[in-house]
Each structure stands twice: as C-alpha cells, then as structure tokens.
Design a protein around this ligand. Structure first.
Ligand SMILES: Nc1ncnc2c1ncn2[C@@H]1O[C@H](COP(=O)(O)OP(=O)(O)OP(=O)(O)O)[C@@H](O)[C@H]1O
Ligand SMILES: [Mg+2]
Length: 244
C-alpha cells in the first residue's frame, strides 16, 4: 500500500432493510489522512451507510475498500481488527461497567492489546473528566461524558480510521466545542475521519470535504474552502423535508 492509497473507497453501494432499499448506489471516498463529513436530513441513510461499511448490514451491491483492500465480505469483528472503527449513533455502553473496565475491554483485538497502555494514557489525557471518574459506572455518567467515553472506546480499538455518527447529538454548545477540540486533536494524529453531523457549520469546522446525502444518494460534495451559503444548504435539505 502506498502512502497515497485512500483510506476508504466506496463504489455504487446499495443496502437496505428487508423490503426497503435505503442506499441507492452511493460512491464516495476518504483520502489518506483526510477528514470527511456526511450531512443530510433525518432518515436519509447516513447511519445506514456507516452500518453497511462496518457490515452491521450486508451490502446488496457495490464495493467497499479500506486501505486498498476489499472489506465488504468480512465479518464486522474482522473490520474492527483491521482498524476501521465505527462509533454508532447514541452510545452503547454497559451501564454497570466502570469507565476503566470499559476502556480496557474495548482493546480486544491483538493490535489494540499491544497498544493498550499507550492508548489508555492518550484517552485519559484527552478527556481528563474520564480520568477523574475512572471508577464510576457508565450509567452514572452525564450525556457529554458518555460521548467522551464512546470516543475513548473507539481510540482503544487502535483505529486506523474512525467513523463517528453524530457524536455531539444533544450536547450543550460548550461541550460540543470541547468534543470538537478532541476530534480535531485525534485527526492531528493522522487518523482519517468520517463524521456525521446535522450542523453544517460545525461539520465544516472539522472536515476538509463534506458529502450531502439525500434520499439514499450522494447529491453534492462541498469543499471547506468553497464559498458556501450554510443557510441555503440548510433550507434546501431541511426546509423541504415536509414536502418529501
Ligand atoms: N433496522 C431497521 N429496519 C428497518 N428500517 C430501518 C432500520 N434502520 C433504519 N431504517 C430506515 O432506514 C432509513 C434510513 O435511516 P438512517 O438511520 O440510515 O437515517 P439517518 O440519515 O442516519 O437519520 P438520522 O439523521 O435521523 O440519524 C429510514 O427510513 C429508517 O426508518
Ligand atoms: Mg443516523
């Protein structure tokens, strides 16, 4: 693999649930060390796309390559083993497990085990609140602390790429900023990123490029440097929801 190999290459990906098609042939890529956003209205397939990449859902057609190699036929734990880490929307933590136990358990692959100590130091340094509460059970954490722990879990998996599904959902502006700073710091380590968020200015503050998702298709691509009218895009995508 050369240094310029894309982290992720997706061609004509189709997927859905039983009788319903949700992804109607999506093609997109994430470059080596690139940060890419996914933006679109509720229910238009962003989470389904991430679930299909991490193979929680089987693709119906199309291909997914990670670091140049096909992964669309691999079992989900093998994809994690290769370092493509998907942090699902809403956090899925074990309520009675403590923060430290949760982080240690996340390092289950051989690669992650090897780096466990360094990654643990990194996570606790990145989120001092987690360090202070390390023996607290997950069920007692605030919403913001849960999101921090979810990202910490992803980092403990020794990621070579992270996919984050609305990590700041429901957080106050101050916590959102704190999490944004942590996400920016993670990507400064050279970890490519795919970020789903509903706030267009927020996404563009963190990524170089953003795809707009509409009814299971990628309808537009926007570069951060482009002169885009955020309000116009919001109106286009959310103003017409009632009519769709
Ligand atoms: N397990 C499931 N079974 C059946 N249909 C589902 C399932 N999960 C999602 N869907 C449907 O697939 C479509 C896309 O949902 P998805 O969760 O991918 O949207 P989204 O863009 O992530 O939305 P949001 O912004 O609200 O998170 C929706 O119509 C949803 O109802
Ligand atoms: Mg979603």
């Amino acid at each position: 693999m050369s240094d310029n190999t894309n982290a992720l290459d997706i061609v004509d990906l189709r997927a859905g649930y039983e009788a319903s098609d949700v992804l109607h042939g999506m093609s997109l890529h994430v470059g080596a060390n690139e940060r890419v956003g996914l933006f679109g209205p509720n229910g238009h397939g962003k989470t389904t796309l991430l679930n299909t990449i991490s193979r929680v859902i089987r693709p119906r057609a199309g291909s997914v390559r990670f670091m140049g190699e096909p992964i669309d036929k691999l079992a989900p734990h093998r994809i994690v083993g290769r370092g493509l880490i998907h942090l699902p929307q809403g956090n899925h933590l074990f309520p009675d497990m403590q923060i430290m136990e949760t982080l240690e358990l996340a390092a289950f692959t051989p690669r992650a085990r090897q780096d466990m100590k360094d990654n643990l130091d990194y996570v606790l340094g990145l989120f001092p609140r987690l360090a202070e509460r390390r023996h607290q059970p997950c069920k007692t954490l605030s919403g913001g602390e849960r999101q921090m722990l979810s990202i910490g879990v992803g980092l403990m998996c020794a990621p070579r790429m992270l996919m984050l599904d609305e990590p700041t959902l429901g957080l106050s502006p101050k916590l959102k900023d704190e999490l944004a700073e942590a996400i920016a710091e993670i990507s400064r380590r050279g970890i490519p990123l795919m970020l789903v968020e509903q706030d267009i200015a927020f996404v563009l503050s963190l990524v170089e490029r953003m795809y707009l998702v509409d009814h299971g298709e990628i309808t537009r691509e926007i570069n951060r440097s482009a002169d885009v009218d955020h309000q116009q895009i919001m109106d286009m995508y959310f103003g017409s929801e009632g009519a769709s």
